[in-house]
Each structure stands twice: as C-alpha cells, then as structure tokens.
Write a protein that binds this ligand. Structure first.
Ligand code: NAD
Ligand code: DAU
Length: 374
C-alpha cells in the first residue's frame, strides 16, 4: 500500500510519518512537501534505515498539477492524507492569499488526481489489505475486511466551526462559521472535499481536530514559542487578557485518530478529534513557566516574563470538541491528558535544543540541500 502524505515535513505530518511507518510495517509513504518556512525535513532524521526504505520524499507543491499527476502515475498511490497547508492564523491575518492558494486550490489539485487515477467506469479503486501482516494483528483478524477502498483523507480543523461561548461543544453537525482567513480557507477546502464525494463518489473522510502540541512544532505556535522564550528569558506575549480557551491534544493521539479514520472511517463522513482538555491560554503559559523552572532550576523563569500584548484580530474566544462520534464508531480515546502531555513535550524541547536553535536561526532551511537531496 502506497500512501501519499502531503505536508510530511511539518509538525503533525512528520509525527504522522513516524507513527504510520512504525504501525504498518509493510506500507510505504510518499511524502510531498514544498518545504515552506514551516517544513523541515530534518524532522524526519529519526527514521530508522528500514523505515527510510519505505519512505520516499518529493520536494514539491501540492498546487502543481503536473507534479501531482507524475506522482500518481509513478507511485501507484492507494491513499492520500492531506496535511499540507498554511497553518498559522496570525500569518493568515497579515497575508491571506497564500492560504487560499495552498489550502483550497492545492486540495482541489490532489482531489482531481485521486479522482482520475482511482476511478474506472463506475468503480473506485480498492486495495487488498489482507497482505499486510501488521493489519492482521490489528484486532480480531477474522473480522477484518480483505479489501478497502482507496481513500482521500483531508486533515481539517475545529476552527471551521467558529467560536463557542462558555458552554457547549463542536459537533460534526454544526454549521461552518469560520472567522479568520486561515479557518475560512480550511472550511472552503472541506466543502470542496465534500463536493468530490457528493458529485463523483470519491471515497473521502474529513477530520477536524483541536489544537495539537508535542515534538517538532514550529515555534510560532503558542506552546513551543513560550517554551523557547522562557528558556531565553524573553517576554512571553499573551494576546489580550489570555482568557481565550483552546482544547489541547497531544500530537500522537491525533496521529492515532487519523490512522483509525483512514482505516475504518465510513466514506463521506466527518470525524471531530479532541480529548476534553480545555485550558485558558494564561493557564498554559503559567504552567510552562512552573514546569520549566522546576526542571531547569532557573529562577529567572517566572511570571514577570508574561507580557499582555494587543489581542489577535477577530480572536476566537473558545474551542471545545465533542469527540463522541469517533469514540463510539472507531473506539478512539486520547491516551494523554494535558498534564502528562505537556511534561513529555517540555522534556522533548529540553532534550532537543539543537533542533530549536536550527529552526530559530534558519539553518534548517538549508538542511534539505545539504543532506537530503536525492
Ligand atoms: P505546519 O505548518 O507545521 O506544516 C505544514 C506543512 O505543509 C509544512 O511542512 C509545509 O512545508 C507544507 N506545505 C505548505 N504549503 C505546501 C504546499 N503548497 N505544497 C506542499 N507542502 C506544503 O502545520 P501543522 O500544524 O503540522 O498542520 C498540519 C495540518 O493539520 C494542516 O492542514 C492544519 O490545518 C491541520 N491542523 C493543525 C492543527 C494544529 O494544532 N497544529 C490542529 C488541527 C488541524
Ligand atoms: O484549533 C486548531 C488550530 O490550532 C489549527 O487549525 C491551527 O493550524 C493551529 O495553528 C492552532 O491555531 P491557534 O490559533 O489556536 O494556535 P496558536 O498556537 O497560534 O494560538 C493558540 C492560542 O494562543 C490562541 O488563542 C492565540 C494565543 N496566542 C498565540 C500566540 C502565538 C497568544 O496569546 N500569544 C502568542 O504569541
């Protein structure tokens, strides 16, 4: 089975490549990433020799139809998991256009290639999954289907639902109400994916996850930014009063959910992913300070570093996922609650200061040319 994983050098994409190659010992990934500022192929340096044999990296743009067509022709793609995106809300507020290009048009280019290559007459490509030994040991092997349809999985976000008041949760049935150019572009992509299912019958799923955290997250996002600034005694910029709420999920839990939806999700369905770990931003920052001070013994890491700064335009007040559907239909539950996940995450950043240094200094931008060009 050959899976095209786009955005494989970003935060969640790279975590997923590790997860997937380790979980499915007979499957291959073709990783497509054009290595924007957020893409760092060094994130995948930890693959073992055996895993590298099952991973092919293509540097390129999902918006390039000829390249995508070539990949489908040459690699016999059985599934697409589309992580590639411009992902940072603040950047979308300053410069929306690239968000529409990558997130909307890029998704449509991938959908078109999948439609062209997977459809023959009225039938869609199916994959023999009985050959995969790791699949047999997945659960009760006798009950596993021997064939599954090729699958297009769109990695979307809870932000497409807009913002919540103090109560209630996002369910899959809620109307789309995105507020930022980023979330509007992700909502648009979701609608295009749905259109390919409704119009052509392309087998698709959409997942909508809450805020992720963990290893390899680019330090423009709240948690790695605060860890890095605190370690360097730099101000910790909290937008507005810091009372906005996000629902935090450790990235490995997200990867496990994606794998489950990709395997067993019902065609055409949307699955919300989140583990009821809602926290105010100010709590997150204070917790990072407390843990870092304890782990480093550095008394200069303290509350005086917190700086309340001008609020984000159109800042969504609260996100909170209702994960009932994925739990009931696919048996998914998070393994990591926030207090455990944040400790693991901080330990990772403390043990990988060179990674952070290379990202902050921009050295990582050369890593592909120096080490990876194939
Ligand atoms: P990221 O910014 O860390 O990574 C995005 C990756 O996509 C980068 O490697 C980048 O180089 C690549 N990319 C960008 N434009 C491309 C293009 N035109 N062609 C090929 N590759 C391109 O993002 P992330 O946080 O890993 O998010 C991955 C996906 O998950 C995104 O679709 C995002 O919307 C979604 N998501 C993220 C979160 C989160 O908390 N980070 C939560 C829910 C959903
Ligand atoms: O909810 C899922 C989304 O989570 C994903 O779709 C996005 O790709 C991902 O970037 C993330 O979006 P957020 O805007 O929620 O994440 P960010 O880390 O940028 O901000 C988290 C919260 O922290 C948000 O309320 C803004 C606030 N914040 C952020 C930064 C970078 C600050 O207060 N200060 C900061 O410096």
């Amino acid at each position: 089975m050959n899976i095209l994983v786009t955005g494989c050098a970003g935060f969640i994409g790279s975590n997923f490549v590790y997860y997937y190659l380790r979980k499915h010992s007979e499957r291959k990934i073709i990783g497509l990433d054009n290595l924007t500022y957020a893409g760092n192929i060094d994130n995948l340096s930890g693959l073992t020799e055996e895993e590298r044999k099952r991973f092919t990296f293509v540097k390129g743009d999902i918006c390039d139809p000829e390249l995508v067509e070539r990949i489908f022709n040459e690699q016999d793609i059985d599934g697409v998991i589309n992580f590639a995106a411009e992902s940072h809300v603040d950047r979308s507020i300053h410069d929306p256009q690239i968000f529409l290009k990558t997130n909307v048009l890029g998704t449509q280019v991938l959908l078109d290639a999948a439609k062209k290559h997977w459809r023959s007459g009225n039938d869609w490509k199916c994959i023999d999954v009985t050959k995969d030994e790791s699949e047999k040991s997945r659960s009760n092997s006798d009950n596993l289907p021997s064939r599954k349809p090729a699958e297009f999985l769109q990695i979307s976000t809870d932000e497409v639902y807009g913002a919540l008041g103090p109560t209630g949760y996002f369910t899959e049935k809620m109307p789309l109400d995105p507020h930022s150019p980023y979330s509007a572009s992700k909502a648009s992509a979701d609608l295009i994916v749905k259109a390919y299912y409704d119009t052509y019958g392309l087998p698709v799923n959409i997942t909508r996850c809450s805020n992720n955290y963990g290893p390899y997250q680019f330090p423009e996002k709240l948690i790695p930014l605060m860890i890095n600034n605190a370690l360097n005694h730099k101000p910790l910029p909290v937008y507005g009063d810091g009372r906005q709420i996000r629902d935090w999920l450790y990235v490995e839990d997200h990867c496990r959910a994606i794998d489950l939806v990709f395997e067993d999700g019902k065609s055409g369905e949307i699955y919300n992913i989140g583990g009821h770990n809602e926290r105010e931003n100010i709590y997150i920052v204070e917790r990072i300070i407390e843990i870092l001070r304890k782990k480093t013994g550095d008394s200069e890491i303290n509350e005086s570093l917190i700086k309340h700064v001008t609020d984000r335009l159109g800042h969504d007040k609260r996100y909170g996922i209702d994960p009932t559907k994925i739990t009931q239909e696919l048996g998914w539950k998070p393994k990591f609650m926030f207090d455990e996940g944040i400790e693991i995450t901080i330990d990772w950043y403390l043990s990988n200061k060179e990674w952070m240094q290379s990202v902050i200094s921009g050295e990582y931008l050369d890593f592909y040319n120096k080490n990876y060009k194939i």
